[in-house]
Design a protein around this ligand. Structure first.
Ligand SMILES: Nc1ncnc2c1ncn2[C@@H]1O[C@H](COP(=O)(O)OP(=O)(O)OP(=O)(O)O)[C@@H](O)[C@H]1O
Length: 243
């Protein structure tokens, strides 16, 4: 079966800065690809290229065997791309339920009872059902992160893109978020950028390492995380462990 997402030879530069240097990878349904790399390596740019907030200079992006490389973001979203941002962006004066309902309505195209039923199911899956009536702007950080994930999920995406969604959380909060992400993983392909190695290890099937916009490694999480390449490039350590 063809992969859900196929990125081939993707390239993008801003003047002298190369954010994507001939990047290629594929992703199947039910698979999670973790993406790591030092600050400025091009991780967020890669997500922006996939969702269409940036236009590629070269290469192609295929979703479900359809070329999406030049489509605007709203068309890509309608074709099944959902994104959760590092800094949650809810409508602060609307309730948790209303925020998720908007994603279910405009993202998944649901109406009436189907929209409200699906919204409540998503809030249950993300542990927000007891807070459905709370204003989104009044939530603590962990719940704003959950809501960010719930909004992405409510749009019924084929592929969920997570950009440092666990950043700023305490360790127990990271664990709760990881459990939520794990619980829905089987039904979605995911790309997850994160700086928290054990969170990525817990969910990812493969990890891709970016450095200066180049894919320098891709493989099973344990193998990648323990590799000399990651120690050297990502953590600034030489192979002998000396910084
Ligand atoms: N719109 C833009 N115009 C010019 N330069 C940009 C633009 N977007 C990103 N860059 C630059 O491209 C490089 C890669 O940025 P990007 O945000 O993709 O890196 P990142 O790996 O996500 O980093 P971080 O881990 O710090 O979030 C950085 O040097 C950044 O300053």
């Amino acid at each position: 079966m063809a992969p859900l997402l196929r990125v081939s030879g993707l390239s993008k530069r801003f003047g002298e800065i190369v954010v994507a240097d001939n990047v290629s990878f594929a992703l199947a349904r039910g698979e999670c690809l973790g993406v790591i790399g030092p600050n400025g390596a091009g991780k967020s740019s890669l997500l922006n290229l996939i969702v269409g907030l940036l236009t590629a200079d070269g290469g192609s992006i295929m979703l479900d065997d359809k070329e999406i490389t030049a489509l605007p973001p709203h068309r890509r979203a309608r074709m099944g791309l959902g994104r959760a941002f590092q800094i949650p962006q809810p409508f602060p004066h609307l309730s948790v339920y209303e925020n998720a309902l908007i994603a279910a309505s405009y993202g998944a195209g649901l109406t009436g009872e189907a929209a409200s039923d699906w919204t409540m199911e998503v809030l249950q899956r993300t542990g927000l059902d007891a807070k459905a009536d709370k204003l989104a702007g009044a939530l603590p950080l962990i719940d704003r992160k959950r809501l960010e994930f719930a909004k992405a999920l409510a749009s019924k995406p084929k592929l969920i893109l997570l950009d440092e969604i666990a950043a700023g959380l305490t360790e127990p909060e990271v664990e709760r978020l990881v459990a939520i992400i794990q619980s829905v993983k089987a039904d979605h392909a995911m790309i997850w950028i994160e700086h928290i190695p054990h969170a990525l290890r817990a969910v990812s099937d493969r990890i891709l390492v970016l450095d200066f916009g180049r894919k320098v490694l891709e493989g099973p999480p344990a193998e990648v995380m323990d590799s000399a390449v990651v120690r050297e490039i990502y953590m600034g350590l030489k192979a002998d462990g000396v910084a």
